[in-house]
Design a protein around this ligand. Structure first.
Ligand SMILES: Cc1cc2nc3c(=O)[nH]c(=O)nc-3n(C[C@H](O)[C@H](O)[C@H](O)COP(=O)(O)OP(=O)(O)OC[C@H]3O[C@@H](n4cnc5c(N)ncnc54)[C@H](O)[C@@H]3O)c2cc1C
Length: 476
């Protein structure tokens, strides 16, 4: 311990709480960024707010909703940016938050949905937030990204960490080490429906877990049941709530559920917990993982995934290399030989030029998808669309070549995601065009999209219905 040296223990309870996920963009070292974590920070912050005219809240998480509400009440011009189509889109339905959003707008808030954070700008102190839709000037920014288990101490002590990045405990809150218990936001517990671990819950959960850990550490007997995560909160002029899953997600109709294992910080590479949100009522959905690092394979093979999504695929060689790695892991994890399929994602110019190589590349290849956003960024095209809204230029070529290559290889051709998540009409038109042209699926980038995509692909004459949601994170 700092200043006290080593302190022995007979029984130890770890309750180190959470940290906000690193936004993973430039400028996070600037002053004027607030991560509201406890009452003392909130009290310091209270004084700062007196001089603030304009603020940006990053992400419409539960804490983000509270912050927008509080800043509006304070008379501060507030902007909310979030990649989803509506506030808290991972946990609730649009009709539930519509009155909340209206009440924020009545108080002068500006809501930027379908918008991602790209950086914080300023010289020492933040003066603007950079987003996919341009810059928003501000005096301060409140960062309300996903809650992540604070496991620094637990990792250093060698405690086992689970797939949702929390400390693994049994139903008595006992960790993998003798005489060490853990409770609260630093642990992960199974969800009562899916039995998949979830983390980053609430103070009520932390309290109940703490009672279990304390009782058992003191020699008593108490157990903790899997959770179903009911929630309720004040947002805008309303009190809203729900239980675990929104109707939108429960009825989205995903055929493929893709968990993205994107590592924003090296110490937190795996986030599988959110997958449970998308598997409820859809136990027959195909579970796939988007591969970023080799180490991810070891983390996910225990789940016996149906498929691995391979971003950055450069052609047959990429698929064959992954196939060899899968063969080894299938043997190690007692998964049937060849059961894990591969969906190649063509997201770079080199990948487009090698599309012909997929034919006969591997029996594991289940589909070829293309990504408009990554390609456009690499090419440096100002816009990837013509005035009618259709893909144009090199992007159109990449789309069409993906379709031809998948057809020649005898696998599913999967159209790129539609980025404007709030534009249902545009998505419907693009999904219908994809089906009409011969694609058998379309990637989705928001929980509101699969229903529209599946309707389009279920239209007469379609061959298959596949909605794919790439998940970056959710807050159950
Ligand atoms: C703004 C806000 C509003 C919230 N509102 C609600 C609500 O209305 N209802 C609800 O149920 N929940 C709410 N929550 C969530 C709730 O606060 C947390 O879930 C709960 O506090 C978790 O308890 P914990 O003991 O696990 O972690 P914490 O309360 O975060 O405590 C962890 C403690 O461990 C300390 N620590 C970390 N590492 C070390 C180390 N190496 N050495 C020593 N100490 C360490 C930290 O400093 C901290 O004091 C809210 C959270 C926030 C931030």
């Amino acid at each position: 311990m700092a200043d006290e040296g080593e302190v022995g223990y007979d029984k130890l309870i770890v309750a180190t709480g959470f940290d906000y996920a690193d936004p993973g963009v430039p400028g996070t070292d600037l002053g004027g960024l607030y991560y509201v974590k406890n009452i003392r920070r909130a009290m310091e912050w209270d004084k700062v707010l007196d001089g603030v005219r304009q603020a940006v809240v990053v992400e419409a998480s539960p804490l983000g909703l509270e912050m927008v509400t509080a800043l509006c009440h304070r008379g501060i011009k507030t902007h909310l940016i979030d990649p989803g189509a509506w506030a808290l889109s991972v946990a609730t339905d649009p009709d539930i938050v519509a009155p909340v959003q209206d009440s924020w707008r009545e108080k002068g808030a500006e809501l930027h949905f379908g918008t991602t954070l790209t950086g914080f700008l300023g010289d020492g102190t933040v003066r603007a937030v950079a987003t996919s839709d341009g810059e928003i000037a501000c005096d301060l920014a409140v960062v309300c990204t996903k809650k992540q288990a604070n496991t620094t101490l637990a990792r250093a002590a060698g405690l086992r960490i689970g797939s949702a990045d929390g400390i693994i405990v049994d139903e008595r809150m006992h960790t993998s080490a003798a005489d060490v218990w853990a409770a609260g936001d630093c642990i992960e517990v199974p969800h009562s429906v899916t039995e998949i671990p979830v983390q980053g819950l609430s103070g009520s959960h932390a309290y109940a877990q703490g009672k279990v850990a304390g009782t058992n550490a003191a020699g008593g007997q108490r157990t903790y049941q899997p959770v179903s995560v009911p929630w309720g909160m004040v947002a805008g002029d309303w009190m809203i709530g729900g239980v675990s899953f929104s109707e939108t997600l429960a009825t989205a109709g995903y055929d493929f559920v893709v968990a993205e294992l994107q590592a924003r910080a090296p110490q937190c590479p795996h986030r599988l917990g959110p997958v449970c949100t998308y598997l409820v009522n859809q136990r027959d959905a195909v579970l796939a993982f988007a591969l970023q690092l080799d180490a991810d394979l070891d983390a996910v093979m225990g789940f016996a995934p149906d498929a691995i999504l391979l971003p950055g695929s450069f052609g047959a060689a990429s698929v064959q290399q992954l196939s060899a790695k899968l063969a080894v892991r299938e043997a190690n994890f007692a998964v049937p030989d060849g059961a894990t399929r591969i969906i190649a994602v063509v997201d770079a110019a080199r990948g487009v030029l090698n599309l012909a190589s997929y034919r006969g590349a591997s029996a594991r290849l289940a589909g070829i998808a293309w990504s408009a956003a990554s390609l456009r960024a690499e090419i440096g095209a100002e816009t990837g669309r013509d005035p009618s809204g259709a893909h144009a230029g090199a992007l159109r070529l990449a789309r069409d070549l993906t379709l031809l290559a998948a057809t020649a290889a005898g696998v599913a051709a999967i159209d790129a995601a539609f980025a404007a998540v709030a534009d249902a009409k545009g998505l419907r038109a693009e999904a219908l065009a994809a089906r009409r042209d011969g694609f058998s699926a379309k990637l989705a980038s928001d929980p509101g999209q699969p229903r529209i995509i599946n309707q389009a692909f279920a239209a007469p004459g379609s061959r298959r219905t596949i909605g794919i949601r790439r998940i970056e994170h959710t807050d159950p």
